[in-house]
Write a protein that binds this ligand. Structure first.
Ligand code: HEC
Length: 86
């Protein structure tokens, strides 16, 4: 009798990412980094409608790997508050 492998080859898993913000995490789980970008652009656009200008470069050092600048998390919290208040 040949033992049948219990677990077939695991499908290639998406690299796991953990974000602080639940909204960012949800976007990533849904559509990966592209979905995070869409969310970020949407938030920036909505803040602009409230008269507050944000640029990606305010919180990110570059737009290839999106490293966070110091204080980016706090800025982001503020951005979320601005868009949820309007
Ligand atoms: C107010 C600050 C802020 C602005 C403005 C901002 N971001 Fe972000 N961004 C963040 C923070 C903070 C995170 C990490 C979120 C977390 O960990 O919950 C992030 C994460 C990301 C990520 C995921 C990076 C990774 O390592 O997976 C991408 C992509 C991204 N932002 C793109 C953009 C783009 C594109 C713009 C402009 C439209 C933008 N962001 C504007 C604060 C900002």
């Amino acid at each position: 009798m040949t033992a049948f492998p219990l677990v077939a080859q695991e499908p290639e898993a998406e690299p796991e990412k953990r974000y602080r913000s639940r909204r960012v995490q949800q976007a990533f789980d849904r559509g990966g980094e592209d979905a995070v970008k869409v969310l970020m652009r949407d938030l920036v656009k909505r803040a602009k409608k409230s008269g507050i200008r944000y640029k990606c470069g305010q919180c990110h050092d570059n737009l290839r790997t999106y490293p966070l600048k110091p204080g980016a998390h706090e800025e982001f919290e503020r951005l979320l508050q601005i868009v949820s208040a309007h």
